[in-house]
Each structure stands twice: as structure tokens, then as C-alpha cells.
Design a protein. Structure first.
Ligand SMILES: Nc1ncnc2c1ncn2[C@@H]1O[C@H](COP(=O)(O)OP(=O)(O)OP(=O)(O)O)[C@@H](O)[C@H]1O
Ligand SMILES: [Mg+2]
Length: 337
């Protein structure tokens, strides 16, 4: 296997809150190769954004704390090497944030915010950077881009702000793009345009993408592999085809199982599953999913399953052979591929 562009090993991030210690990310491992898209999916609050903030060195500390783990980019440690992190962040690894407003500075114009990183990281002159900024805004579908450069973020619609942030993230030609719900505020046409742009950058420049989304159509369009998180932990990782066809964790099955499919392509958002995800400060003993799992056994209530590689490219954290009983679980129909 070729060396990964990004390697995350046993990453643990916790927050001290009034309700107790929240283990937002617990022993998470993932790898992304150049030119690859890894989709990170799971219900709200399972730790997707915190994982990506840790990769960017942006976990708010305090209340957050990275208690253990390694994050390597091109083989070099980021977590314990602040200089390397500063060199890489924004240039080699860029992020599209889930909330565009919090990522844009309300006091600076779009033009200032778009050109500054290109001048700092790429040594562009201001006119070079402005020209490139106009090109980037055009690529992400912002109308009348020259005029928009003098606007402040509040003068743009939510969808336009999101597109500006995508342009900012792409401005320094990163090797890895972390995209946290990149197309949620966008209408279908613009969404398709952005996804096509990302796919094109991937083909042309080998851009790697860590894609966080609730939209299965986006997963099916862009992802090569899928990583599934539940309550701060990784519960399954596999190539996208395998995840849709033969998920090996009951949680993945539940998340994808109820999805309508058109011509074999999954569509719509991730399914809603019965019961609530547990509070991360009060996890149940054993497997965190057992209270919602139709196949839970006695051992699941006691022992927390480790993530195991059952094939070279397929890992799961569930030792139960539940797929054999699939037909006898009426509320979780087999995906009708
Ligand atoms: N600054 C913070 N202080 C305290 N707890 C936090 C903080 N940031 C995140 N958390 C907790 O960490 C957990 C994981 O949050 P995270 O934002 O990563 O979820 P997510 O998977 O991105 O969810 P969503 O799909 O809603 O974006 C949550 O329980 C959240 O409450
Ligand atoms: Mg999030």
C-alpha cells in the first residue's frame, strides 16, 4: 500500500463540560491517500467536526484537550510540531467549515480574505491574487465576482458565503481538503457544480478530500471509502460500494438501510434511527450502540468491541454475526439494490 497522505492514529479528544467529561473523539484511526475521498458519516454529535478540527490544530483548548494520538501529514507529525502545523495549515490542508459565518471575518471584505492567504503562502502580488480570486469565485458559481470582492460577508446570502469559503479553501491549491458539510446551504444546481469542481481537482491534481456529509447522494458521487462514527468512535470503514451493499456494523446498516435508491444509487439523507444517540458524558457500558441495536447480545452490554480489520480494506467494531439474521429483523429492511 502506498504511504498515506494523512494518517490519524488513536486520536482522543475530550471536553470538560458541566455534564462531565465528554469523549468527543475516542481512539479514532483513519488514512487518506492522495487523490482519494474518504467520507466521514454518523449522526449529529458523534465527533466528525471535532476530528477534523483536531487535524487542523483548531480544537478549542480549553475546554477541549487532545489527550492522545498521532496525526501525520506526508509522514510528518502535526500534533506535537506546531511549526509544521502552521506551515501545513491553510496551504497543504484547507478546510471548508460547517458554519461559513464563523469562518469568515465580518470586518474584512471578501477580496481581503480571499487574497491574503495567496499573498502569504504563495507569494502572489496583490494584482495576481485579485485576478486569481475572481477566477476562484467564478469557479464556485458566485455571480459578478469582481464586484463581490468589495462586499463584506453580511452582504452575501448564506449560499454565497459558503461558496466564498470553498473558494478560500481552494485558493492555495491544498493537497488535502477537509469539507465539513460543504454543500448543505446550496441549491441543487450549485451543489452539482461544486461537486464537479472537486471531482475535477481530484483528477487533475490528486486532491485528497475528507468529506463530512449527511447526504448519501454526495457520498455516492464523491467518496471512494466511507468511515462511520458512532458516539466518538469509529465503528466501520470500507470502500463505498461495500458500505452500501454489505455493511458489517448494525449501525451502518440502520443508517443506510432505510435509504431510497434510484437505479441502484443511494439518494437522500442518512436515515433516522429509532432511539437517541447516547450522551457522550454518559456512555452505556459495552458497545455504545447496544441500547438501539436489534441484534445486541449479552456480551455487547458488557464488552466494548474494538475496531477489527476483517478484510484488508474493511474494518468493523462488532463481533456479532448479525447479517445472518437480517430477514428476521422487520424494522431494518435489507437495502433493495
Ligand atoms: N467547544 C466544545 N465544548 C464542549 N463540548 C463540545 C465542544 N465542541 C464539541 N463538543 C462536543 O463534542 C461532541 C462532538 O461534536 P461534533 O461537533 O464533532 O459533532 P458532529 O459529528 O460534527 O455533529 P454534527 O453532524 O451535528 O455537525 C458533541 O457531543 C459536542 O457537544
Ligand atoms: Mg459537525
Amino acid at each position: 500500500m502506498s504511504p498515506a497522505l494523512l494518517e490519524v492514529e488513536n486520536l482522543c479528544v475530550q471536553f470538560r463540560t458541566e455534564e462531565g467529561l465528554v469523549r468527543a473523539v475516542d481512539q479514532v484511526c483513519l488514512r487518506i491517500q492522495a487523490g482519494e475521498t474518504l467520507a466521514l458519516v454518523g449522526e449529529s454529535g458523534c465527533g466528525k467536526t471535532v476530528t477534523s478540527l483536531a487535524i487542523m490544530g483548531l480544537v478549542p483548548q480549553p475546554p477541549g484537550e487532545i489527550t492522545s494520538g498521532q496525526i501525520r501529514f506526508e509522514g510528518r507529525e502535526l500534533l506535537r510540531d506546531r511549526r509544521n502545523m502552521r506551515r501545513v495549515r491553510g496551504r497543504q490542508i484547507a478546510m471548508i467549515f460547517q458554519d461559513p459565518m464563523s469562518a469568515l471575518n465580518p470586518f474584512l471584505t471578501i477580496g481581503q480574505q480571499l487574497t491574503e492567504p495567496m499573498r502569504y503562502h504563495l507569494g502572489f502580488s496583490s494584482s495576481q491574487a485579485r485576478r486569481r480570486a475572481v477566477e476562484l469565485l467564478e469557479q464556485v458559481g458566485v455571480p459578478d465576482p469582481r464586484r463581490r470582492l468589495s462586499y463584506y460577508p453580511h452582504q452575501l446570502s448564506g449560499g454565497q458565503r459558503q461558496r466564498v469559503m470553498i473558494a478560500m479553501a481552494l485558493s492555495c491549491q491544498p493537497k488535502l481538503l477537509i469539507a465539513d458539510e460543504p454543500t448543505t446551504a446550496l441549491d441543487v444546481t450549485v451543489q452539482a457544480q461544486i461537486l464537479a469542481l472537486l471531482a475535477q481537482l481530484q483528477q487533475k491534481r490528486g486532491l485528497a478530500i475528507l468529506l463530512i456529509t449527511h447526504d448519501l447522494g454526495v457520498v455516492a458521487t464523491l467518496a471512494h471509502r466511507v468511515a462511520v462514527m458512532y458516539a466518538g468512535r469509529m465503528v466501520e470503514q470500507a470502500p463505498v460500494e461495500r458500505i452500501f451493499r454489505t455493511p458489517l456494523h448494525p449501525y451502518t446498516h440502520a443508517l443506510l438501510g432505510a435509504v431510497p435508491r434510484v437505479d441502484g444509487v443511494p439518494a437522500g439523507r442518512l436515515a433516522t434511527i429509532g432511539g437517541e444517540p447516547p450522551h457522550l458524558a454518559q456512555l452505556p457500558p459495552g458497545c455504545a450502540f447496544h441500547p438501539r441495536c436489534p441484534w445486541a447480545q449479552e456480551s455487547c452490554r458488557r464488552q466494548r468491541p474494538e475496531l477489527e480489520w476483517v478484510q484488508a480494506d474493511h474494518a468493523r467494531a462488532c463481533p456479532v454475526d448479525w447479517r445472518r439474521q437480517l430477514t428476521s429483523a422487520p424494522h431494518n429492511p435489507e437495502p433493495n439494490r
